[in-house]
Design a protein around this ligand. Structure first.
Ligand SMILES: Nc1ncnc2c1ncn2[C@@H]1O[C@H](COP(=O)(O)OP(=O)(O)O)[C@@H](O)[C@H]1O
Ligand SMILES: [Mg+2]
Length: 244
């Protein structure tokens, strides 16, 4: 059997790339889910920073939060001074109001991606955009339009969804948030846990799905340090090897 070689977009977070055969599938859309302080924004900033500094790939960070300066200050605290990369056109930051229409968003992003040869794009948090809509059908349509455009423009996308639920396995009927639908649409879903109970070792990350990838399925220990996210390096659990 000839297996297709999948082109990967390494996050540059070594412990994470180990879990998924070297990184996200290139040009896919990926969802990061987690509660407050679980490390979602840090992951995005690190993905963009490493993308530009280690893989020479330009990135775009799109924020729906009121103050993007806070995010830049957070990055600076990890030692990632984006101002130089930004001046060189390697990493761009855009702030959108949650009321921005999908057509406006698509127009602005298309222009920005073409002008700056963007290869990696992050939306933080996409759940804010969903506040505009009362029904899941409209949310689904909007996210679908956005991620289809990103695929056409050949960028690798990471969406952040704010969720207290943590893992879908705990959700009961009626517990779903408006953006849980994104977990079905996305090519990959990674959940960040922050239990706050067991001290420094309380953080964990779990890839719950990643298309075209034999990924690790266990929750793996993670830490946030002065230099950003570190994920424990593990030997992946092996499946049954068929007879040759
Ligand atoms: N230098 C550091 N050392 C250890 N933990 C840190 C450091 N800087 C930030 N953190 C942790 O990271 C959290 C912020 O993570 P963030 O990526 O903003 O989370 P989210 O976007 O999921 O809300 C803080 O609440 C804190 O717990
Ligand atoms: Mg955040």
């Amino acid at each position: 059997m000839v297996s297709e070689v999948i082109d990967r977009c390494p996050t540059g977070i070594v412990g994470f790339d180990d879990l998924c055969k070297g990184g996200f599938v290139r040009n896919s859309d990926n969802l990061i889910v987690g509660g407050p302080g679980s490390g979602k924004t840090t992951f995005l900033l690190q993905f963009l920073w490493r993308g530009a500094t280690q893989y020479n790939e330009n990135g775009l960070y799109c924020s729906f939060e009121p103050d993007i300066i806070d995010t830049l200050n957070d990055a600076m605290a990890y030692g990632w001074d984006f101002s130089k990369l930004s001046a060189e056109g390697k990493i761009k930051f855009m702030r959108f109001s949650p009321q921005t229409s999908i057509d406006e968003l698509k127009k602005e992003l298309t222009k920005m991606i073409a002008q700056n040869d963007i290869k990696r794009i992050c939306f933080d948090p996409i759940s804010v955009l969903a506040l505009n809509f009362s029904d899941q059908g409209k949310i689904r349509q909007t996210i679908f339009e956005l991620s289809s455009l990103m695929k056409r423009l050949k960028v690798t996308t990471v969406f952040v969804d704010e969720s207290l639920e943590g893992d879908m396995g705990n959700a009961k009927d009626g517990d779903w948030t408006k953006t849980d639908i994104l977990r079905f649409l996305s090519d990959s879903v990674t959940v960040f846990y922050e239990t706050g109970i067991a001290g420094v070792g309380d953080r964990a990350v779990r890839i719950s799905k990643m298309r075209r990838t034999a990924h690790e399925r266990r929750a793996i220990g993670m830490e946030i340090r002065d230099t950003g996210i570190e994920i424990a390096r593990v030997v992946m659990a092996q499946g049954v090897v068929p007879n040759q």
